[in-house]
Design a protein around this ligand. Structure first.
Ligand code: GTP
Ligand code: MG
Length: 383
């Protein structure tokens, strides 16, 4: 029994019927708008447009079964012509107290777009700044920075296969030199296949020894350009601000070489960088990886979902949308999602709720399974 008529399939996929007929012809299936096609054919067509075709399991006397079409979660590959240049995403990593947050604050102040009248700036773990291009000064370039209070979100994202970072700036204090967490950060960055740059910070410090930092990192395979290697080292001070512009320029030049691109004209997808509960409800600072996130979009994130009520940047400005590589604070989810979780945009609230409920149930089932296992293990342990 062929399950769906061409016209209905076209309607559900929001395609012009003649387009669908052409697609069918490509598969060697010749049908007019009023004819029905097989389930396997419908499935192939749906997959092409990122949908999953499901036949309703309902008894019918005869005739054609109505087939609800569900959006599938797999990513449709963006075509090369859909890709547009995007800003680099830079993660600042390094040992405790080596000056990551101070450096980020200085960088934030070099944002030429953030107005003086921009109101209170709040600290968020991710933000996007605009900076003049090092060579074409009247051209503004964006850079998105992520702070890493811990490496939790970073690791969580990596575990989910989402490498959100293009460039890692490894901050090493020139007085302390390479420390255990410097090396830990380095191995994270290498595993994520990010470009690594080194900011040798605190060069204003009386005990600063920037050459020793180069020496120590050389032993770990990061050879600076001055010594014939490939890694860029920039001496900076977050206190005197020396070298900060040079660091930003180096980031932009590096980004240019990388030719970073994404498709802005699709439903948004990205990751949670940090989250919290505020008087207005749950908030999530998200980094958009692909597509454009709009006010009113229905977002699903782990077991939570909701309509985007507000998109707020680090200057407390409300935005209407956020495109690829942009970090914004999102309001509207019905719970606080874990850092690192991926968010996607769904067709409508009902669909989002269904997926969210399914995920909650799955998580619960897994929890029960884990508990059952633990109890069994405990049982064996006591025997
Ligand atoms: P965690 O988030 O705890 O890992 O630390 P962090 O890496 O973010 O360091 P933070 O920016 O909090 O700076 C730690 C201390 O170093 C602060 O007291 C800063 O004032 C100081 N500091 C940061 N940058 C510099 C610098 O360039 N020179 C000097 N002399 N002190 C600095
Ligand atoms: Mg910090």
């Amino acid at each position: 029994k062929p399950p769906i008529v061409v016209r209905e399939l076209a309607e559900q996929l929001k395609l012009k019927p003649f387009k669908l007929i052409a697609d069918l012809m490509e598969l060697g299936v010749f049908a007019n708008v009023n004819q029905a096609i097989d389930e396997s054919v419908a499935q192939r067509i749906c997959a092409k447009y990122g949908y999953r075709f499901e036949v309703e399991k309902r008894e019918r006397g005869s005739g054609i079964i109505h087939a609800p079409i569900k959006k599938i979660e797999v990513d449709i590959e963006d075509k090369p012509e859909q890709l547009k240049p995007r800003a680099p995403v830079v993660t600042i990593m390094g040992h405790v107290d080596h000056g990551k947050t101070t450096l980020l604050d200085v960088i934030r102040k070099s944002d030429v777009v953030a107005g003086e009248a921009g109101g209170i700036t709040q600290h968020i773990g991710a933000y996007t700044i605009s900076f003049p291009h090092p060579e074409r000064k009247n051209e503004l370039q964006q850079i998105t920075f992520l702070d890493t209070p811990g490496h939790a979100a970073f690791s969580a994202m990596r575990a989910r296969g989402a490498n959100v970072t293009d460039i890692v700036v490894l901050v090493v204090a020139a007085n302390d030199g390479v420390m255990p967490q410097t090396l830990e950060a380095l191995s994270h960055a290498q595993a994520a296949k990010a470009e690594i740059m080194v900011a040798v910070n605190k060069v204003d410090h009386p005990n600063a020894n920037p050459m020793r930092v180069r020496q120590q990192l050389q032993e770990k395979g990061l050879v600076c350009e001055e010594w014939g290697g490939k890694t860029l080292f920039v001496d900076v001070s977050a206190i005197t601000k020396q070298g900060v512009d040079k660091l930003l320029e180096a980031i932009l030049l590096q980004a240019e070489i990388m030719e970073l691109k994404a498709n802005p004209d699709r439903r948004a997808k990205g990751n949670v960088i940090e989250s919290g509960l505020e008087p207005g409800g749950p908030t999530a600072t998200v980094l958009v990886r692909k597509g454009t996130l709009h006010l009113g979009d229905v977002v699903i994130c782990g077991p939570f979902y909701g309509k985007v009520r507000a998109l707020i940047n680090e200057e407390n400005k409300r935005l209407k949308e956020a495109g690829p590589s942009v970090a914004v604070k999102l309001l509207g989810l019905n719970g606080v999602p874990e850092a690192g979780l991926e968010f996607t945009v769904e067709e409508n609230e009902k669909e989002a709720r269904d997926i969210a409920e399914k995920r909650t149930m799955e998580a619960r089932a897994m929890g029960q399974e884990a508990r059952a296992k633990v109890t069994l293990e405990n049982l064996f342990a006591t025997m």
